[in-house]
Design a protein around this ligand. Structure first.
Ligand SMILES: Cc1ncc(COP(=O)(O)O)c(C=O)c1O
Length: 448
């Protein structure tokens, strides 16, 4: 429990609407996320407005104090040298690859000084133009636009292609950046049930043609999108479709070209987007598009207009990464085999992991305190996943998310399995709310 200030009594919260900064107000928290050294005195600051402080007290302090036990939820143990790291997205274990590092160093030397500017001003001779052309060719798309991140790609694309006031049919578990793009466009989000082409079809029948938005592999659960059916429904409803391939690019399909190519759907999907911070282990994103849209998009997509583009060494590093990813079939096969092996083992121990099938595995303990307890049990045994909670999940569906990578060794896999076997009696995964829901569904299905 925290030794911080108690939640302010109602009388003191009376200045909630005041816009006056609370200069003399005592601090709300006695610690902050690990990146901040709380022991060094902070320089003077004018303080928060009464309204903001009241919101923190009302909406956040109880969560901090009670659900998180008075410390930031992500601050677990420090991983030691023999830790098994399942908290990144470097699925093919290629970060630090000598070919990529060499390309980056060479680019830093070659482009020792460059003009940092919005990509509106990029010329066709610059490295980004070549990478865009290669990414487009790789995905069998007419053109591609590089962005500063996957978030910027989704936000910037949807902001332009969604019609203000028109329906955007978005899978309930689609990534937040896609929802934010719908919001930025002023379009009308019409969420459909996760991975349900039937519900999507009903929504389109009710509200008319619009834009369909899905992830190829869902980032919290590792569920695979039933893409062929979704595309079918979108076409029948006269909709354009956007597929976020952040967690399938590099890991799925021939040469890692993703799910759309693997399923022969690339010519039927209007836009593919992806973060290059997952299997590409970089810091960028991109989307594909028809050539006729490019000029309009370049002057309308706000991240493209109002934010600086990638540095040349980043682009050239990604160019080298593309080559490494294309040649990594053996790593893709290993990742797929490790995924099947660990999923089998977890299922045999009654961990309810069947909401997904791919390299992302959700251990959905449910309430935040149970999830943090699970995290602590794993970390005490040297296994590090990532805690996902609201706003990345709904409030009572927090999870420890595990992401596998091809670089996991056989002894590490054995250790992992031993850890899950060892902690099962104390974390009791068969009693997690999702396990109970799944049992109920199975029972209902059996009685129908
Ligand atoms: C499905 C999906 N799309 C987009 C993004 C955003 O990518 P980035 O981290 O490059 O901004 C993420 C990252 O979490 C993601 O999982």
């Amino acid at each position: 429990m925290s030794d911080t200030l108690e939640i302010q009594p109602r009388a003191q919260a009376a200045d909630a609407d005041s816009s006056q900064p609370g200069v003399h107000a005592p601090p709300l928290f006695s610690s902050t996320p690990a990146a901040v050294d709380w022991s060094t005195p902070a320089p003077p600051h004018p303080g928060l407005s009464g309204a903001l402080r009241a919101r923190l007290q009302r909406e956040f302090l109880p969560r901090w104090t009670h659900a998180w036990g008075g410390r930031f939820f992500a601050d677990g143990r420090m991983p030691g040298p023999d830790a098994i790291r399942l908290d990144g997205n470097d699925y093919l274990s290629i970060s630090g690859h000598p070919q990529i590092i060499a390309a980056q160093i060479e680019a830093l030397r070659h482009y020792a000084s460059f003009i940092s500017q919005s990509s509106i001003f990029q010329k066709a001779t610059q490295p980004s133009a070549r990478l865009e052309a290669e990414l487009a060719r790789w995905l069998e798309a007419p053109d591609a636009v590089l962005c500063q991140s996957g978030y910027a790609a989704n936000l910037g694309l949807l902001q332009v292609i969604a019609e203000p006031g028109s329906p955007v049919y978005i899978d309930a578990l689609a990534h937040m950046s896609l929802w934010e793009g719908v919001r930025a466009a002023g379009a009308c989000a019409r969420p459909f049930r996760h991975n349900s082409p039937e519900h999507l079809a009903r929504c389109i029948r009710a509200h008319g043609p619009g834009l369909v938005v899905v992830d190829a592999v869902y980032s919290t659960t590792g569920a695979l999108c039933p893409l062929a059916e979704i595309v079918e429904v979108a076409e029948r409803g006269g909709c354009m479709i956007v597929v976020d391939e952040s967690h399938s690019l590099g890991t799925h399909g021939p040469q890692g070209r993703g799910l759309c190519v693997a399923l022969g759907l690339s010519h039927r999907v209007h836009f593919i987007t992806a973060s290059l911070a997952k299997a590409f282990a970089g810091r960028a994103g991109f989307f594909t598009l028809p050539r006729e849209l490019r000029p309009y998009l370049m002057v309308s997509s706000f991240p493209n207009v109002f934010s600086s583009c990638l540095a040349p060494y980043e682009v050239i590093g990604l160019q080298a990464t593309l080559e490494v990813v294309q040649g990594a079939d053996a790593l893709r096969q290993r990742l797929s085999a490790l995924t099947a092996d660990l999923r089998r083992h977890l299922t045999s121990l009654r961990y309810p992991v069947e909401q997904g099938s791919e390299q992302i595995i959700a251990l959905e303990a449910g309430p935040e305190p149970a999830t943090l307890a699970l995290r602590d049990q794993l970390e005490a045994r040297g296994v590090f996943g990532a805690v996902f909670c609201a706003p990345a999940t709904t409030r009572d569906r927090a999870m420890v998310r595990l992401t596998l990578s091809a670089g996991l060794t056989d002894p590490e896999m054995q250790r992992l399995k031993d850890v899950f076997t060892e902690i099962a009696p104390s974390v009791q995964p068969w009693n997690w709310p999702i396990a109970r829901r799944q049992r109920l569904h199975r029972k209902e299905a059996d009685t129908v």
